[in-house]
Ligand binder design. Structure first.
Ligand SMILES: NC(=O)c1ccc[n+]([C@@H]2O[C@H](COP(=O)([O-])OP(=O)(O)OC[C@H]3O[C@@H](n4cnc5c(N)ncnc54)[C@H](OP(=O)(O)O)[C@@H]3O)[C@@H](O)[C@H]2O)c1
Length: 286
């Protein structure tokens, strides 16, 4: 796949040291872009920058910043560093984030707040830190990564979905504000993707949520490479929502056009999952 759009472009990716963010960084480097990444852990950032240099174009810039996106002060200082290191910015990709599954009654307030701090305020802090730059420049792309769980949600994902619905709502309003500056704001809905983040999420997922996923014909685990390539293909087009593959598109389209039917399908998947779990546990299904 050729991604000419990215040749010579300057890109900043939050959470670029692992998972989907790193996959995007690698594809962009291969396509001839200069890429700066950030995350909290320095050693993974250094290792990722080495990988980018190995596949990137000669003369392209690859750099990193240690940053916690939920810290607004740190974000403002890093934004200055990014603009200086790259000599400008064409594309901002707000990717950092994580999932914590759990029944609402089992999660502490802290879990809800932390998800909002990183998944919502993290994206907000970074977008606002570069808002003036993009508005003055009068062009560019600002990309928010949310999730397919940013348009509908299921058992065990209340806290996570709340943070992703929040960024989806913000992105829609921000899209119009930046449109008047000729800057595109877009929302990508990654599907379930094989990343270190997913591995961590699976550790404390409620058994019934796992069972729902196993029984769902729409829940396919995607590779980082396929998600990153889908995102690069989508950025230059004029569609606000971005997906990976027909399964993500179908989940979005079903809920968008047939919300009550989708809820009914989700409920029957939940009941089937509960019954399978009951059988596995040797108890009688109600
Ligand atoms: N994987 C999936 O199945 C899936 C599905 C739907 C949506 N998504 C979304 O896609 C994005 C990437 O997910 P992923 O699975 O690739 O995650 P991942 O494998 O855990 O990687 C997350 C990246 O973000 C960084 N990060 C985490 N918290 C941060 C913070 N507070 N400040 C700065 N950087 C931070 C991590 O580095 P440090 O830990 O060193 O900071 C790492 O570089 C997230 O927004 C996630 O919600 C993922």
């Amino acid at each position: 796949m050729s991604f000419k759009y990215y040749q010579g472009k300057k890109v900043f990716i939050t959470g670029g040291s692992a998972g989907i963010g790193k996959g995007i960084a690698i594809e962009l480097a291969k396509a001839g872009a200069s890429v700066m990444i950030c995350a909290r852990g320095k050693s993974k950032l250094e290792a990722a920058v080495k990988e980018l240099k190995a596949v990137g174009a000669p003369g392209a810039i690859f750099d990193y910043a240690v940053l916690d996106v939920s810290d607004k002060k740190q974000v403002l200082a890093t934004a200055k560093k990014v603009l200086k290191s790259l000599g400008g910015l064409d594309i901002l990709i707000c990717n950092s984030g994580y999932a914590q599954a759990g029944e609402a009654s089992d999660l502490q307030d802290e879990a809800f707040r932390k998800l909002m701090d990183v998944n919502f305020f993290g994206h907000l802090n970074v977008a606002l830190a570069f808002q003036k730059h993009f508005a003055t420049q009068g062009k560019g792309d600002i990309i928010f990564l949310a999730s397919t769980l940013a348009v509908f949600s299921i058992y065990g994902y209340g806290a996570y979905s709340a943070s992703k619905f929040a960024i989806s709502g913000f992105a829609q309003a921000f899209r119009q504000e930046m449109m008047l500056h000729n800057v595109k704001v877009k929302l990508f809905l990654p599907p379930t993707t094989d990343t270190p983040g997913l591995e961590k999420e699976n550790e404390d997922k409620p058994p019934i949520s796992k069972e729902i996923e196993m029984g769902s014909s729409l829940n396919k685990v995607h590779s980082v490479g396929s998600v990153a390539k889908a995102l690069l293909k989508w950025i230059p087009n004029n569609k606000f929502f971005g997906y990976t593959g027909w399964d993500s598109w179908l989940q979005y389209a079903l809920f968008r056009h047939f919300p009550e039917l989708t809820l009914k399908i989700a409920d029957s998947e939940l009941r089937a999952a509960q019954s399978r779990l009951n059988k596995k546990n040797g108890s009688i299904s109600k």
